[in-house]
Structure formats: structure tokens, C-alpha cells
Design a protein. Structure first.
Lengths: 139, 126
């Protein structure tokens, strides 16, 4: 069963604050990495892109570990926003490399309404599947 | 050149966003809490506001409501910056009168697109 956990839920509140405290510095790493990416030549930019990617994955881990779904059981928080699907897929393709998405990309709409973090989680799982052959189910 | 009022209590967030907005050619003015945002809006007449939701003294939604309550000649676009830690934050921002929202960490190309679109709608594009 899926429902949205309101911030007013007393059990969710301390976790929300802890998550915020952990996410804020990671968001700073992601943000400054992106500023550097705009300035750097390709070889250096590739390394900074790795820093950004690792920070994003760490943020995703924090979200998963500290999700009300995991702590309370049976609940999932979905946060929809407008996404540039082509960019999400391009970044996922860069991350996965072993999965060829280029052929279907031209048909994708530029924007869709979905939860970016859930899509990123899915691509991380696909990456692990490509590397290990083990497909982890969603939380 | 459009003038953007950036409201955030986090110094690094202000630094990151203002650098990138200035590179895009915008003039950026800063407020660090909701009350200062309202004062800056009255005295500096920005073309668009980027409003963090979780602010000291006066929250983002409260400051947005204050701005929306005042009579004005033309619509002021307000984009909420939400930390996404709390469920319902986006809804509170929109209910308070924000035109749109982006989630932190800010996807800058996405935010830049929303800024350009809203400024075009109000005729204040740079």
C-alpha cells in the first residue's frame, strides 16, 4: 500500500530533520560540482562529474535509509516534479554505459511528471544488475 | 536586465545560485529571511523572486502570502525552492501563491528554464 507521509506525523519528524541535516552538505557538493563542470575542460570535467555522481548516489542512499517507508513500514513517499526526461536518461546512460538507450531516446518527451529520485534509484539498480546480474527489488 | 531577488538563509546556497544567475546575465539581490524578503521586495522592485521555503523569522510561504496580499500593478513571479525533506512543502508553497517550485539540490538548467518562461510571461525577460 502506498500513501504520502505527512510531516506532521510525529514518528517521521526527527528523521525528516536528520535527513535535512545530511542532505544539505551533499546538496552543496552537488551544486559546487556543477559550477566547476561549467568551467572545466573535458578531462577534468569527467573527474568532477564523478564527484557529482557519487554525491547524488550518497543522497539517494540517505533518502532510502531514512525514508519513512523503511522506518515505519508499508509507506512510500513519492515526490513528483517536472523532469527533463532526456537529460535524466542521458545521465543514466553515461552512468550505465553497458545499456544502450540511444536507439529509443529520440521518441522520449522532453518533460514528464515523475519522481526524479525514484528514477535515479531505478538506474542505480540497473547499473548493479548490469555489473552483478542481481536485480534488487524496490523498497 | 531582469532583477532577481534570491531568498535563502544558507550562505552556500546563495553563493551557488547567485553565481550562476549572474553568469546568465541577471542582476541578483539577496535576502536571508522571509521578513527581509518582504522589505527587499518593497524597496528594490525585483522582477522575480526565488524563495526558499524553510526560512528563519518568516517562512517562505508566509513571505509569499504577504507579497501576494499587497496590491500590485503587475504579477510578480515567485518560484519556491524546497528542501524536499518534508512532505507537503510543495503544496504549501503553491497554496501560498508561488507560481512554481524547484527541489533542492537545484537542477539549474530546469530552474533557468522556469525563470525565463515566467519572465517572458510578465514581459520582464532580460
Amino acid at each position: 500500500m502506498t500513501r504520502t507521509v505527512d510531516a506532521g506525523d510525529s514518528a517521521a519528524m526527527p528523521v525528516t530533520l536528520l535527513k535535512h541535516e545530511l542532505r544539505t552538505p551533499i546538496n552543496h557538493i552537488i551544486g559546487y560540482s556543477e559550477i566547476l563542470l561549467e568551467d572545466l575542460d573535458t578531462p577534468r570535467a569527467d573527474r568532477v562529474a564523478r564527484i557529482r555522481q557519487i554525491a547524488r548516489e550518497l543522497a539517494s542512499v540517505i533518502d532510502t535509509v531514512l525514508s519513512p517507508a523503511r522506518l515505519n513500514g508499508g509507506t512510500t513517499v513519492s515526490r513528483e516534479s517536472l523532469l527533463e526526461l532526456r537529460r535524466v536518461v542521458e545521465e543514466a546512460a553515461a552512468r550505465i554505459r553497458t545499456i544502450d538507450v540511444a536507439s529509443g531516446r529520440a521518441d522520449l518527451p522532453l518533460e514528464c511528471r515523475s519522481d526524479l529520485e525514484r528514477i535515479e534509484e531505478a538506474t542505480v539498480r540497473l547499473q548493479r544488475f548490469a555489473q552483478t546480474g542481481i536485480l534488487c527489488k524496490s523498497e | 536586465m531582469a532583477r532577481i531577488l534570491l531568498v535563502d538563509d544558507d550562505e552556500m546556497n546563495r553563493d551557488m545560485l547567485s553565481r550562476r544567475l549572474i553568469r546568465k546575465g541577471y542582476e541578483v539581490i539577496i535576502a536571508v529571511d522571509g521578513a527581509e524578503a518582504v522589505r527587499m521586495w518593497q524597496s528594490q522592485a525585483p522582477d522575480l523572486v526565488l524563495m526558499d521555503s524553510n526560512l528563519p523569522i518568516m517562512s517562505g510561504p508566509e513571505a509569499t502570502r504577504k507579497i501576494r496580499e499587497a496590491p500590485c500593478e503587475r504579477h510578480l513571479p515567485i518560484i519556491s525552492l524546497t528542501a524536499n525533506a518534508m512532505a507537503g512543502e510543495h503544496e504549501r508553497a503553491i497554496q501560498a501563491g508561488c507560481d512554481d517550485y524547484v527541489t533542492k539540490p537545484v537542477d539549474f538548467p530546469l530552474l533557468a528554464g522556469k525563470i525565463e518562461k515566467l519572465l517572458r510571461q510578465t514581459g520582464a525577460a532580460s
